[in-house]
Design a protein around this ligand. Sequence first.
Ligand code: ATP
Ligand code: MG
Length: 397
Amino acid sequence: MRDMILLKQGEIVLKGLNRRAFEQKLLGNIQRRLRPFGPFRVHCIQSTVYVEPQADESDMDAAFDAMTKVFGVVSVSRAAACEKDKDAIFRCAREYLAGAMAEARSFKVETKRSDKRFPMTSIQLSQYVGGLLAEAFPEVKVDVHNPELTVHLEVRDYAAYVHAAPTPGAGGMPVGSNGSAVTLLSGGIDSPVSTYMIAKRGVRMIPVHFFSFPYTSELAKEKVIQLTQLLTDWCGRMTLEIVPFTHIQEEIRAKCPEEYFTLIIRRFMMRIAHRVARSNGCGALVTGENLGQVASQTMEAMAVTEAVTDLPVLRPLVGLDKEEIVRYARRIGTFDTSVLPYEDCCTVFTPRHPRTRPRLGEVEEAEAALDVEALVEEAFAGIERLRLEPGREPELR
Ligand code: ATP
Ligand code: MG
């Protein structure tokens, strides 16, 4: 009996001709995600991915946890492999599921058989193994309609597999199968969630953070690095781009009318994110904006901020309530870091009476006092890049 992990592919299965390319992305992502946990063999047959430990030091618990965060997978199960023989399969199930059987009050057996040369039908094998398991665990009832535990048997080409209760996978599509995008990552609750959501649709993410030292502290930067590190569990390896933003904000404060501060700041963020996107072949910008949450998130303000880029601006949280966003943030593990008190935004740059229904013309006029091109160029040239990977220390690039 060999302990292993089975992953079921999700939507990827629908992709027809592109299927092989999708599968290759998924396998590559899985292999990289397993790297910190020891040697594993990964292969794929008929939309199931098999992950087998290759040494005693292969950490199966950690690998299992990592596999529940890989996009493109709908379910993850710990499984045991055995010889394709009805009695070997029964012995394997009895031993491997002893704990689960002891806890359950009722069970049934379900069989999938892709090896059509196996001498029993699926139903016959389910009945055979189910009967023997009922004898071996007399306190557990057979219940084919509403069992607490379903014992899954799979008879495949090379082996038979036994597993119970699959854990839901992360869903979505393999990261890298749908292009790449720049995500504007603050230290807040929202933008880690928006990053997660677009990565889930198969997009490789490049996080960009605007850093205004000394108005925001080194700790605020550490916090964004930590958030990016947490997000690599879902998004895979990423390069965080930290943009020096102080000079731009000081120029705006010195030369523009206060009521437009936030809007002009956000337009600069968009311009620089656009530059980063263009130099990395990205197809979109992503923000954590949410309709009506703050003054800069009205429809008029969004129109004014996105006017500086011709890339689509994806705002996956636009229709969510704060509570719903918080629920996501907790589930993906970023909430506790997001609420650490190092503020990302600084009160010196927050207007007392911001414009909530700005018109593009007036904002452009307010901006005319600045040398926009030179400021963007200077910030872009000063970008600091950090490579982040699951289970690795950040690395300067
Ligand atoms: P969050 O919780 O993501 O900080 P928020 O509700 O505080 O969002 P804003 O501060 O208006 O909203 O920011 C809106 C979006 O702009 C953020 O979700 C993020 O995508 C981007 N953004 C804001 N500040 C920064 C920053 N310093 N660096 C990078 N992106 C930022
Ligand atoms: Mg914020």
